[in-house]
Design a binder for this molecule. Structure first.
Ligand SMILES: NC(=O)c1ccc[n+]([C@@H]2O[C@H](COP(=O)([O-])OP(=O)(O)OC[C@H]3O[C@@H](n4cnc5c(N)ncnc54)[C@H](O)[C@@H]3O)[C@@H](O)[C@H]2O)c1
Ligand SMILES: O=C(O)C(=O)C[C@@H](O)[C@H](O)[C@H](O)COP(=O)(O)O
Ligand SMILES: [Zn+2]
Length: 358
């Protein structure tokens, strides 16, 4: 299956299929002829699949493997990778391949977006979550205090999503990726949401054809939004549903202590509760809680966090405007909007959530 992504800076395709990794090198060589290729991956993915990708090229590419996990989305690793590019004499005709989940995609994409002021790159995602991170061109590293603070918009040349690779993904990583898929239903497509609800009573038993359909549809919804607003001047902010709090939780706990998607699931519940303060629509929050609890999510704020500290972190969100926190809320299921929200209200809700934990 192919999904077209049309942004103002680039048009490209995402291919979603089973077994496409075995031909990925040839596909990349045809799509993006280059003076040299560099594959960036992490140790978990490299141990399982790097030889398959490397041997699919007609000429051996360079490889660079980082430690698995969010800690690798740092300036330190960014610098090591950029230095490696120079050491291997990558030039402006070279192509970088991000082979991994969102961490590798964001890191390698940021190096690609900045090395020699920008070289081409290709996303070869290996996690469910990477249906989101591999599309749309947001690439970045974290600052210790805040997620994705230093980055650029740099679209890939193509996305090659082999759903077969998801077979080795740990269950909590399925949960992480699935939260971002459901997010797309909440903000933009109520019928997709209903289909997900029907089709995914358990994460470990999604049939192969439904999995491909789900990933392709999620990419198509994201592509539609990014196509309308590549640089987040408006509607793209809706993709941040649940993220203002999620990013605060991730930074406050320390990167890698909770998966991104599991933090987003908590953030979405919080945003649901906040949305209910401003609408009379039935957002069916209880349905979400019941469904996600059955799938093994813990939607409560992690114990031990401070409401004041979370609020302070939320202020460094990229949507903040003149010191005011801007939240993505739901008008109804399938329709989002942004709203400046008074911090006293946010604090009240955070304290209520944390109080319920003791
Ligand atoms: N750029 C964007 O638009 C965007 C969108 C969403 C999330 N993100 C970012 O993506 C990151 C999270 O990405 P992620 O959830 O993919 O995390 P990740 O890249 O850390 O991967 C999760 C874990 O799964 C392992 N793994 C990857 N593929 C595997 C496979 N096929 N089999 C077995 N193990 C495998 C990894 O080694 C890692 O331990 C966060 O930093 C988040 O901020 C970016
Ligand atoms: O693509 C987007 O736009 C998103 O917001 C997708 C999010 O799922 C993703 O986590 C993104 O990296 C968040 O971006 P940020 O600008 O809030 O850091
Ligand atoms: Zn996200």
């Amino acid at each position: 299956m192919f999904v077209d992504i049309h942004t103002s800076s680039k048009q490209y395709k995402a291919e979603v299929g089973s077994g496409i990794l075995r031909e990925a090198g040839k596909t990349i060589e045809a799509l993006a002829p280059a003076s040299s290729y560099l594959i960036v991956s992490d140790e978990n993915v490299a141990n399982r699949y790097l030889d398959v990708l490397v041997s699919s090229f007609s000429k051996e590419p360079h490889t660079f493997v980082v430690k698995a996990g969010e800690q690798s989305k740092s300036f330190h690793v960014y610098e090591q990778l950029a230095a490696f590019c120079l050491e291997k004499q990558l030039d402006r005709q070279s192509v970088i391949i991000a082979f991994g989940g969102g961490v590798v995609g964001d890191l390698a994409g940021f190096v690609a977006g900045t090395y020699m002021r920008g070289v081409r790159f290709i996303q070869v995602p290996t996690t469910l979550l990477a249906h989101d991170s591999s599309v749309g061109g947001k690439v970045a590293v974290n600052l210790p205090a805040a997620k994705n603070m230093i980055g650029v918009f740099h679209q890939p040349e193509a996305v090659l999503f082999d759903t077969e690779l998801l077979a080795t993904l740990p269950e909590h990583e399925w949960r992480s990726g699935f939260a971002e898929i459901v997010k797309l239903g909440f903000i933009a497509d109520a019928s997709f949401l209903a289909w997900l609800r029907e089709t995914v009573p358990a994460l470990t038993s999604i049939k192969a054809d439904n999995l491909q359909k789900m990933v392709a549809k999620a990419i198509a919804i994201k592509a539609d939004i990014v196509g309308k607003d590549e640089k987040e001047h408006g509607i793209r902010a809706h993709l941040n549903f649940g993220h203002t709090l999620a990013h605060a939780i991730e930074a406050e706990l320390g990167y890698g202590k909770i998966t991104h998607g599991e933090a987003v699931a908590i953030g979405m519940r919080f945003a649901f509760r906040l949305s209910l303060r401003f609408t009379k629509e039935d957002l069916r929050l209880a349905d979400y809680e019941e469904w996600f609890s059955a799938l093994g999510y813990d939607l409560r704020l992690p114990a031990g966090l401070s409401a004041q500290r979370l609020l302070a972190r939320m202020k460094s969100d990229k949507k903040t405007n003149a010191g005011k926190i801007v939240m993505v809320l739901l008008a109804q299921l399938g329709a989002a909007y942004t709203k400046t929200v008074d911090e006293h209200l946010l604090l009240e809700l955070l304290e209520e959530e944390l109080g319920g934990r003791s």
